[in-house]
Design a protein around this ligand. Structure first.
Ligand code: DCP
Ligand code: MG
Length: 365
């Protein structure tokens, strides 16, 4: 009895929310003439662009993310490809989070359109996580004119699998008492991290479903997959104790600027770096106690939207990383690669978490 009570207390309620055809849906919301059509967001076919995502209408033709735009047009000749507008998607993402925050402070974003929420402590909807998910779908639809899908489960692994189950515009719940049955039938290819190669390796061992995987002794999995073998053994049983972690570790910080008019001459580009590096310095100052910069990076986007980046390691000899001179030198070295007028310049730092014992917890990003 005490045992089962304890179990219930430990039972978490995790949501995984993922927007449906995110960039494409935002574009269709903004431009009604695109609605109901086969559209994609991505790069130009004659500039060797790729598809970022496509509407569900376009998916019927086999158009997929990361596919060359030229190939997508072969599969679906009427496809309308529009250029991405990242600032707009970021704004929508912030709006998603505003809604999420009504249900939990424990939110872990995975990308602009995807997040885990730990709603275990949320009193709304009489504590029903499924009803919270349904409410989130309805609010996103009413307030933002977009659709998302949600998975509800006792852990992150299952919540993520579940959000894909009734996509688009659907909720799927795996209640605690159905976890065992659910995972038994789940193909191992649905496990996050099991790519094509691992799936093939598992299949060679006769493992197709999580039930098959449960039957493989842990020692064999450890031998074959190293540390990942332990994780495989756990998720095959529906176990995943990873907490929802709001403080994601930053890997980099950067600022960039698109100029009202293209800059044609190198000296003017070098001059423009001063402002960028100053802004970078101000932004880095806010997280300085948690991270140290390991590389500096510059980015150049030319007039024709092709882009190049160049990075260099920052020495450990106490050299002043934020001296604009270093960034100017990188720009001078990178610009001749395209030697065309530029529309955008960026400056950034690759970061590593500070390992100082006295450093406070990482901040939210
Ligand atoms: N994205 C991208 N390149 C990829 C995959 C995705 O640029 N190879 C971008 C565009 C997507 C967004 O990330 O809109 C979210 O990715 P998802 O994998 O969630 O895909 P969608 O939201 O577009 O579709 P789905 O309805 O399948 O979630
Ligand atoms: Mg999505």
């Amino acid at each position: 009895m005490a045992d089962s009570q304890q179990k219930r207390a430990l039972q978490r309620k995790i949501l995984h929310v993922d927007a449906d055809s995110f960039y494409a849906s935002v574009e269709m919301r903004e431009r009604p003439e695109l609605r109901g059509k086969a559209i994609a967001v991505g790069g130009n076919a004659d500039r060797r662009g790729v598809i970022a995502t496509s509407s569900y209408e376009a998916r019927k033709f086999g158009v997929r993310s990361a596919m060359a735009s030229s190939r997508a047009l072969v599969l679906c000749p009427q496809l309308i490809i529009v250029a991405p507008r990242f600032e707009l998607y970021k704004k929508v993402s912030r709006q998603f989070h505003q809604i999420f925050r009504d249900y939990s402070a424990l939110i872990e974003p995975l990308s602009l359109d995807e997040a885990f929420l730990d709603v275990s402590e949320c009193p709304r909807c009489c504590g029903s996580a499924t009803r919270m998910a349904e409410e989130i779908l309805a609010r996103v639809r009413d307030e933002l004119q977009l659709t998302v899908s949600a998975g509800v489960a006792p852990n992150k692994f299952l919540a993520k699998v579940a959000s894909d189950w009734n996509k688009p515009n659907g909720v799927f719940t795996i209640p605690p008492n159905e976890v065992a049955q659910f995972v038994r039938n789940l193909p191992v290819s649905k496990i996050n991290g099991v790519g094509k190669v691992t799936a093939e390796n598992l299949q060679k061992m006769g493992v197709v479903t999580c039930a098959d995987l449960q039957a493989v002794p842990l020692e064999d999995l450890l031998k074959r997959f190293g540390k990942y073998g332990k994780r495989l053994s756990e998720v095959a049983r529906g176990i995943d104790n990873r907490p929802v972690q709001p403080s994601r570790v930053r890997k980099s910080i950067s600022v960039e600027h698109t100029f009202p008019e293209d800059i044609a001459e190198l000296p003017a580009m070098l001059e423009a770096m001063d402002g960028l590096v100053e802004e970078l310095g101000q932004r880095f100052a806010k997280i300085e106690q948690h991270y140290f910069p390991v590389k500096r990076v510059v980015k150049i986007k030319y007039r024709d939207f092709t882009q190049t980046t160049l990075e260099e390691a920052i020495g450990t000899s106490g050299e002043n990383w934020c001296d604009a001179e270093h960034f100017r030198r990188l720009i001078a070295a990178a610009w001749p690669r395209g030697a065309k007028p530029v529309r955008l310049l960026g400056a950034g730092l690759r970061l590593q978490p500070s390992t100082r014992k006295d450093s406070p917890q990482l901040p939210l990003v």
